[in-house]
Design a protein around this ligand. Structure first.
Ligand SMILES: C[S@@+](CC[C@H](N)C(=O)[O-])C[C@H]1O[C@@H](n2cnc3c(N)ncnc32)[C@H](O)[C@@H]1O
Length: 570
């Protein structure tokens, strides 16, 4: 008999690249979380996906309904003998726990799961979304897109004993866990498990209301094939909405939901909240104002630690298809206990949302500047530094020794370069160089070209020509550093940003932001401003994530209040 203990969850690995890069300089390791889902030590006796598949197949029993992909996994697991305490596992599943999903999240690494956006939802969030759904009446059918081990569809099965259940999951391993959970609950007859891409799903007609509920996968557009990008923009175009191919998979799920739904259908999805502000999110914002009928938006501040160990703002979006006139209820939530069935919030008219480019400003409105203040963005544009696509190649190493000096550009490549310099970077001597070749190599002589070719062959052997960024540059080898910014700043740390006057024209990569004056600003003013910023900007002005990590997006730096320059100079 195996004792029941808690397992650690390492959920939400969907940190964007810039966060990951900046975070690599500081300790972001999550605190140990004991998820209420993980109360069985399956980890002790299930250590591979093969063994997990064997346990699932034993729990499923009758394997007749399996998809070919699940069948293949089961076949492959036949040699795995797992001596598990099946009674305890069944009891845990029946009581609403998810031991299979928990052990899966520890066997498959966060990095591997990131590729398919497999991050399972904590119970408090599932419960509050289910409470919201219960307030909307009883749906005839419930659809969980990207169901994983089935946390939403199982909770829905409990809340609505009469409803038909449809769970869509593309990963056969997850589908097996889902099937095992459904089978232990005794719901195999009322549930359909579709092991396929949600975007390919067709649903039979349903007279009553269908509710769509879940946590669509977060997969960035770099990992989405051109075929699906075309499907995305064409389908949006059919709805009269222009859509960008840069959208992530979670936005594809919103779109597909609209395509599957009929008037009166309802839903709630929890996703990363970035679409509220970014350009590619405009199609979804429009969809919610019109055809998908957004009704509420609950933004979970990163301090909530909705997904432990991650620096992510999440949003729960509720919708009712056909709703296009009532205001949308918005709310910023800073504690999971305040979710309260998603009933609270402030009503914002659709007209106001339509005119607003960034919805987070509406959810978290900031006070109007007083007469002596301006926003820093009135004087400066703030830009993230250049993404190299492969720092290990493009930041100078011994492989670059024979390259011409003219292509080795002293740059800020670590936040600590700025922290070490303090308020003033007077010399670039201590900085590392970024290799910034021009796209036209003809400007070099024969000897230089031979050395460059040798370097580029090595760079290719490191895959530097294959990164998404490299493939989208004019020439894959040309990093294209931005012009030197007179003021540089760090943007992610467990401390306020470091603002640094850049008097040696250092460039910067994307671990720092550059402040570029909109009109010329004299040196004394720049110096005064840097001193003021270092003295007055604290972590409260940015977004503080779990564990005290604070991040400032370029727009957040632009929104910082500073004294009018004449006051600063007085
Ligand atoms: C964020 S997880 C959510 C899992 C589960 N609903 C939960 O909340 O715990 C998203 C799930 O979507 C699945 N998925 C990824 N791409 C998919 C696709 N195109 N169609 C269907 N499912 C997909 C992943 O395998 C993963 O299990």
């Amino acid at each position: 008999m195996h004792k029941l203990v808690a397992t650690k969850t390492d959920l939400f690995s969907e940190l964007s690249d810039d966060i990951l890069k900046a975070a690599s300089e500081i300790d972001t390791s999550p605190s140990v979380h004991e998820s209420p889902y993980g109360t069985i030590p399956l980890k002790h006796f299930i250590q591979s996906e093969q063994e997990l598949a064997a346990v699932c197949s034993a729990l499923i029993g009758d394997l007749k309904g399996l998809s070919p992909q699940e069948r293949a996994l089961v076949k492959n697991s036949s040699s795995a003998v797992v001596e598990a305490d099946y009674d305890s596992i069944r009891a845990a599943i029946q009581s609403g726990l998810d031991p299979l999903g928990e052990v899966f999240s520890t066997i498959r690494t966060a990095k591997e799961r990131r590729a398919s956006g497999a991050v399972y939802t904590p119970i408090a969030i599932v419960d509050s979304m289910m409470a919201w759904l219960s307030d909307q009446g009883a749906p005839e059918r419930i659809v969980d897109p990207g169901a994983g081990s089935g946390r939403f569809i199982l909770a829905a099965g409990d809340a609505f004993p009469e409803a038909k259940l449809v769970a869509v999951e593309m990963d056969p391993m997850a589908a097996l866990m889902l099937r095992a959970n459904i089978s232990v609950r005794g719901w195999s007859e009322r549930a359909s498990i579709l092991v396929k891409d949600y975007r390919e799903v067709r649903l039979p007609r349903c007279v009553g209301v269908t509710a769509f509920i879940g946590n669509p996968p977060y997969v960035r557009h770099h990992e989405i094939s051109d075929i699906w990008k075309t499907w995305y923009s064409n389908s949006f175009a059919d709805l009269g909405i222009k859509a960008s191919a840069l959208a992530g998979l979670h936005l594809h799920f919103f779109l597909q939901t609209r395509l599957l739904a009929k008037k009166g259908d309802i839903g709630a999805f929890i996703t990363s909240a970035e679409w509220m502000d970014v350009n590619y999110g405009s199609a979804l914002r429009k969809l919610l104002l019109e055809k998908l009928g957004g009704t509420a938006l609950h933004v979970l501040e990163p301090t909530v630690e909705a997904f432990p160990g991650t620096a992510t703002t999440a949003a729960i979006t509720c919708f009712q298809v056909g709703e296009s006139s009532n205001p949308i209820r918005v709310r910023s939530v800073d504690s999971l206990t305040c979710l309260n069935g998603l009933s609270k919030g402030m009503d914002v008219s659709r007209e106001q949302l339509r005119t607003e480019k960034r919805w987070s400003i509406i959810v978290r409105p900031s006070a109007v500047p007083d007469a002596g203040e301006i926003e820093l963005g009135e004087i400066f544009r703030v830009h993230r530094g250049q993404v190299t696509g492969a720092n290990s190649v493009w930041i100078e190493s011994e492989h670059a020794r024979s390259l011409p000096d003219s292509v080795k550009i002293p740059s800020i490549t670590k936040a600590r370069d700025l922290i070490r310099a303090g308020a003033h970077l007077a010399s670039a001597e201590e900085l590392r160089c970024v290799i910034d070749l021009p796209s036209d190599l003809e400007v070099f002589d024969r000897h230089e070209i031979a050395n460059i070719e040798r370097f580029l062959n090595w760079a290719k052997s490191q895959g530097a020509d294959q990164s998404y960024v490299a493939q989208h540059r004019k020439a894959w080898w040309s990093v294209g550093l931005k012009a030197p910014a007179p003021i540089l700043c760090t943007y992610m740390a467990r401390r306020p940003p470091q603002f640094t006057l850049n008097s040696c024209d250092a460039r910067h990569i994307n671990i720092a932001h550059g402040l570029y004056p909109r009109e010329s600003v004299d040196d004394a003013t720049l110096r005064g401003l840097v001193a003021w910023l270092n003295e007055n900007i604290n972590t409260d002005s940015g977004r503080t994530y779990a564990g005290g990590l604070t991040k400032f997006e370029p727009k957040e730096i632009e929104r910082l209040r500073i004294p009018r320059l004449e006051i600063l100079n007085a």
